[in-house]
Write a protein that binds this ligand. Structure first.
Ligand SMILES: O=C(O)CCC(=O)C(=O)O
Ligand SMILES: [Fe+2]
Length: 215
């Protein structure tokens, strides 16, 4: 964990031209890249990707440094003026199964009962945050964690966010064992790809995406 954080910090400390060499110029799902990296990630991506990688068992893992700057407070025109002091829309859920987060400096906040709760950094510990797919698969028994990250003007912050996701071309349905006459299904089966396309065509709003999946 310490090594992974160090690698991240080392990466962001590189001159911009060196980082640029490793940038992944992804415009998938209409997300626009920004030439200043705000995120470094190692992720499983499709075979068409031309980034470098390693063969792990039978799976090719692409080391995928993406030059994205994501501010989830869409639509931008409506909310940019109130950020960061009154950032009501500056929040998101992850469209994956689960996310593990390690942060070196405070910043992560979770929404609970309409209040933002700060998560203090703990060295050698991960925050385990449930993501959207887990809420769907569990038929609403597990709740996704809506979250945001606040910044400070004093020191830089590095976080590792490791998302456990789903195959892009996979189909998803809720766990049958959780369905009963008293717990009828809340969500229908869907293709993950279709869901992601819908999500990013709708300003990445979790609430809208959940409504789309509801029966
Ligand atoms: O930096 C963090 O603590 C969280 C990052 C995050 O929410 C994400 O990558 O989805
Ligand atoms: Fe997130």
């Amino acid at each position: 964990m310490v090594d992974a954080m160090n690698v991240g910090q080392e990466f962001f400390g590189l001159p911009a031209k060196d980082k640029e060499r490793l940038c992944h110029d992804s415009t998938k799902f209409g997300q626009k890249g920004c030439k200043n990296s705000s995120q470094v990630g190692a992720s499983l991506v499709d075979e068409n990707s031309n980034t470098g990688g390693i063969l792990c068992n039978t799976t090719f893992i692409h080391w995928n440094w993406r030059d994205t700057l994501q501010h989830h407070f869409h639509p931008l025109e409506s909310y940019a003026s109130s950020w960061p002091e009154k950032s009501t829309r500056y929040r998101h859920c992850d469209p994956t199964l689960i996310t593990l987060i390690q942060q070196d400096v405070y910043g992560l906040q979770l929404l609970k009962d309409g209040q933002w709760l700060g998560v203090e950094p703990l060295s050698n510990a991960f925050v385990v945050n449930m993501s959207l797919l887990l809420e769907v698969i569990s038929n609403g028994k597990l709740k996704l964690g809506m979250h945001r990250v606040v910044t400070n003007s004093v020191c830089s912050r590095t976080s590792l966010a490791i998302s456990v996701s789903y195959p892009y071309d996979g189909s998803i349905q809720l766990a049958k064992s959780l369905i009963s006459p008293t717990n009828p299904p809340l969500y229908g089966a869907f293709q993950y790809k279709d869901f992601l396309e819908f999500l990013f065509a709708n300003n990445a709003e979790c609430e809208t995406a959940m409504k789309y999946l509801k029966l």
